[in-house]
Ligand binder design. Structure first.
Ligand SMILES: [Fe+2]
Ligand SMILES: [Fe+2]
Length: 150
């Protein structure tokens, strides 16, 4: 799993801005613990309770921003042939499904308690997806735009 420290810049505003917001939320989630601890093991029950609400809110914010971003990205898929566009949309739907089901089954506490799992999930959802799906989309948009200019 690759974790990129910087946001990929495709030179396409809508994509880059969406990814920037997602990376920012990822950073905030991963550095959520004010004490910089990787797990909650050594914190009192009261401290853990205090952390849960803001942590859940941050996760919910990530979900909303992710949906908005998927919608923006899908509006650009007119640049793709039907099959890759469908496959990319399918990936978005799968990510949304997994994330929503995690949220409804109360994963917040578990993810707060195990940030290593959070790193893994975000790595798959954000970084791998961008590399596998968003990068070819950006390339195609640029190709089409360059053809239009010529
Ligand atoms: Fe995407
Ligand atoms: Fe994306």
């Amino acid at each position: 799993m690759k974790i990129h420290s910087s946001v990929p810049a495709f030179g396409i505003d809508v994509l880059d801005k969406g990814h920037e917001r997602l990376f920012d939320l990822e950073r905030r989630l991963l550095s959520f613990c004010g004490k910089g601890l990787p797990t909650c093991e050594n914190c009192s029950a009261d401290t853990q309770d205090e952390c849960e609400k803001p942590f859940s809110e941050l996760l919910e914010e990530l979900l909303v921003v992710m949906w908005e971003h998927f919608r923006d990205e899908e509006s650009l898929m007119i640049h793709l042939p039907p099959e890759p566009a469908q496959a990319h949309k399918y990936e978005h739907a799968e990510i949304s499904k997994v994330f929503s089901s995690l949220m409804t089954h109360g994963p917040q506490t578990r993810l707060l308690h195990n940030r290593r799992e959070l790193v893994k999930i975000l790595g798959l959802w954000l970084h791998d997806h961008i590399e596998r799906w968003d990068m070819p989309l950006a390339r195609q948009i640029k190709r089409n735009t360059a053809e239009l200019i010529q």
